[in-house]
Design a protein around this ligand. Sequence first.
Ligand code: URA
Length: 214
Amino acid sequence: APAIIPPRGEPPPPPDAAIASAREAARTAPTLQALRELLESFDGCALKQTASRLVFADGNPEARIMLVGEAPGRDEDIEGLPFVGRSGKLLDRMIGAIGLDRSKVYIANVIPWRPPGNRTPTPQETQICLPFIRRQIELVDPDVLVTLGNPSTQALLGTTEGIMRTRGKWRDYDTGKRTIRAIATFHPAYLLRSPSYKRLSWQDLRSIATVLAV
Ligand code: URA
C-alpha cells in the first residue's frame, strides 16, 4: 500500500495508520539525505507541529560508532542538532574520554522532534518514530551502537529492565542487513543529576573503546 502522508495542515492520521505509514516510508529511503527529506515531509507524528524544526543527526555518517538518545530538548530544537545543550556538552566529554569527537561519531535520537515542554514521548509517538531511527541505523551501518538512557535502550534493544541492569552489557542489534554490537549506558542528563554514576559510565566507555580497537 502507498504511504499515507496527509497534505500539510491536515490533522495527523490515527496512530495505527501513522505507524504503518512510517514503516512503509522509512523502508523506501535509499540514503540518509532521502531519509531526512522524508522526515521533513512526514506528517504522521504530532510532535512535528509543536517543534520548531527537525533534529535529524550530527557527526560523521561514516563513523564506526553511533550514539542514540531519546528526544531533542530546547537547545536542540533551536539549533536543529542533537545533544548541543548541557547534556550534549557532557556527551562530548564522555566521547572525548575515549579519544573521540563529533567528527568520529554519529549522533541521533529515537524521536527527531522536541516534545512540548520536554515531556516524555508517548509510546505511540515512539512507535511512529521507531522505523525512521531503525532505518537511520541501517544506513549508517556502524560497528557499534550505543543507546543513551532507558527510553532509547528499551525502544531499540527491546529491553524491559531499567538502565541499572541493562547498561554495560554487549547485545546484538539486527540492522536488517547484519548484526552489530550494541551497548546501553547512562544518559548524560542522568549523569548530570547523579554524578556518582560517572564511574560506571566510564567502565562502559572503556568497554566501547576496547571493542572499537579490534
Ligand atoms: N537529550 C536527548 O536525549 N537528546 C538530545 O538531543 C538532547 C538531550
